[in-house]
Structure formats: structure tokens, C-alpha cells
Write a protein that binds this ligand. Sequence first.
Ligand SMILES: [Fe+2]
Length: 300
Amino acid sequence: MANPGRIIAGVLAPHPPHLVYAENPPQNEPRSEGGWDVLRWGYERLRKNILAKKPDVLLVHSPHWMTYVGHHVLGLPHFKGLSVDPIFPHLFRFQYDVKVDVDLSLLIAEEGKSAGMTMKVMKNPDFRIDYGAITSLYLTNPRLDIPIVAISSNNSPYYFSNEVGQEEMKRLGEVTRRAIERSGKRAVLLASNSLSHRHFVTEPEIPEDMSHEHIYHHGQYLWDMEVLKMMREGRTQELMDILPEFMDMAAAEVKAGALTWMLSALGMPTYPAEVHGYGSVIGTGNAVVEWDHEKNGGAK
Ligand SMILES: [Fe+2]
């Protein structure tokens, strides 16, 4: 029998489009003078670790592909198009061209259905992949040459409650792990989330003018540092317990479920995560954090 598939790493991979804008890749139309360097250096360090592992597939769960009924996965082998951030179209108009691991997408849909979840496979060739997924994927692997699986977030945390939403995302994480094991693939999971998410509502004349950039307020900073401390000390179950309060107190983007999905798929790791970088973007708190599941014995 072929080797069972495994998750080799999980990543908290935030998606401010500003980070792509600052890198000036040829695919992005707007030009910049840089900015948000510490976070981008964090992504550089992450990238070295992740790409050295030679993953077969990158899975991304994004708050900006939000579905109202169940979870959707991409179901065609190739998607190409223009991804635009609706809030920052002057920063992010990105021509993407990605290959999809359809076999794994279908396994996730199948496992989800077996677990009683509502799943749908997206087969519209004109479907536009959201900027959150594209940003996290690009910053992790700028060549975009590793097949992807994109999973929609579900609106349950907003329709019902933080707690109901997190239970849903935990189930989705377990389903995703089972599908990866069946696939035989070496997989990296990207949780496309910021941490604290209160932000400024006016932009400086030069968006990358770093003299304007700082955390929205001290309380947001304290929350972010507490959450990162738990991650660095391997206290992920405790983190899960306080996450609903973090969502309410810091308007945290983890509410959409990507972090819970990823940590659930990893089986709530108890080893320390590595924080590669932390910084604010329009006042929101963002951290690039890696769980090296392979190195820490999590991927048998
Ligand atoms: Fe976002």
C-alpha cells in the first residue's frame, strides 16, 4: 500500500493585500515603494521552511470565500483570472494562474458528506478565487507552482454564534485530515487569518507610508501577545477555549474559522509553534506562525 498522506505543517498565514502590494510582483498591477517589511521578512523565513519540505499540495481556508450553506471546495484542475480586493482595489489587482489538486478536493467533499456536513464542489470555470486565498498562497509560495485546495469558510459564526462556528470548523478540520491521509499527499495547511482586526478607516496619501502604521490600540496588542504566547507554548487547547472571547474583544478575524480548522486538522498540537513575524496593517494585528508538524512528530 502507498504511504498514507500527512500534514507536514500548519501555518497562520494572514492575508493583508498590502503585503503583496509591497512586494511588487509582476502579477499585481499597482506599484509600491515597499512597506510592512517585518511581516514580509517573516513570510520569507516561513517560505524557506515550507518549500524545503517539498509539499505536494497547499490547502487554504479563507474568510473571504464565505458560503452561506455548507463548505465549498474548488473542483476544476485550473483557475486563472483577476483577483481584486473590494476594499483596496488600488492595492490589489492580481492576475493569478493556479492548479488545483482536484483529487484531494473531492476526497474532502466526500469525507465531509460522510460526516453529515453540507459540501459542494465548485465547478464554475469563471469562478474568481478570493484575494484572501491568493494572498496567503502567494506569500507562502510566490511561484504559485504547487497545486492548491481552497476551502470556503461558512457563515455559521456570524449567523449563530462564535461557539457554533468553531464546532463546525473543528469538524471540517477532522474531515480535512482524514481526506489528506487517504490522498497519500504531503500537505501544508494555510489558515488565512489576521489576529486582532480593529482598523483605521482613513488611509494615508501614500498607503505604504510607515510613519502612519501602528496597532489600533494597546488592548488589541495585549490580546495578540497573549494569543501568540499560547501558540509559542503549545497551549492550543487553551487557545481554543479563549478564542470566542478573543473574537469579541479584538474583533479577531479568526472568527471566520481558518485557525480552528487548521489546529483541529493538526490534532491540537502541544509542541511550540514558531512565530516568524508580527506586525500591524492599517492597525490590525498580523502574525506569521508555523507549526512544523513533521519535525515535531505530528506527521507519522
Ligand atoms: Fe481579511
